[in-house]
Design a protein around this ligand. Structure first.
Ligand SMILES: [Mg+2]
Length: 214
């Protein structure tokens, strides 16, 4: 297995945990790849040593790799190229998330005239944003239903269309269950970009300070 670790706001949040994890992975014969947007290799190496991180490879972007591409697209490309299986990465907008397993959360839909239940993959709760000067958020947290799509299946379009066009507007109109939105993700490596692009398109984009934090 190849496990990717981000440095800032990931390893730096809890260096002892990532030190333990990285040593255990290397000892068990796995690869640990550090993927960071930092530009100074020497200081990154010094920090990793200070945090006690064991790793196989340290990847930093070349300037030309970032041009016209955006920070997060670069990370997604690195993960794909190096066949990283799992990437530990921060996303400050996310308050919490849950895999929709045994929660009893489903969306009824019909396919070819038959009533069925659609069970989406994840629910991600995104922080209430735009705190006003008195500290009261201008918007409630957003509950984002996420469907990770692999192989296209015939009933998938009916599920997604029902969730997006009927269920989400209905629950938002009702108003008792907070704000909801729906997003289909086809490239899991690029989930962070896809979620941020969706938020921006929905008028839920966060401040530039958060968008540039990596
Ligand atoms: Mg980071």
């Amino acid at each position: 297995m190849n496990v990717g670790l981000d440095i800032d706001d990931t390893i730096t949040r809890c260096p002892p945990l990532f030190s333990l994890l990285s040593h255990a992975l290397i000892a068990a014969g796995h690869k640990v790849t550090i993927i960071t947007l930092r530009s100074d290799r020497t200081s990154a190496e010094a920090d990793l040593d200070a945090y006690g991180i064991a790793y196989s490879e340290l990847i930093l972007p070349e300037d030309h790799e970032l041009r016209g591409r955006g920070f997060f697209r670069w990370k997604a490309e690195v993960c794909r190229r190096l066949r990283v299986d799992v990437l530990f990465e921060d996303m400050p907008e996310v308050e919490s998330y849950v895999k929709n397993h045994n929660l009893g959360f489903f969306i009824p839909y019909t396919h070819e005239g038959a009533a069925r239940s659609y069970i989406p993959d994840f629910i991600v709760r995104l922080r209430a944003d735009g705190a006003a000067s008195d500290g009261v958020p201008t918007r409630d947290a957003l509950n984002l239903i996420i469907e990770v799509s692999g192989e296209p299946k015939p009933e998938k379009a009916a599920k997604v269309e029902t969730a997006r066009s009927l269920w989400v507007p209905a629950v938002n109109n009702d108003g008792r269950f907070g704000r909801w939105s729906f997003l289909e993700i086809s490239d899991p490596w690029d989930a962070k970009n896809t979620i941020r692009a969706h938020l921006a398109a929905e008028g839920d984009g966060r401040g530039a300070d958060q968008v540039t934090s990596a």
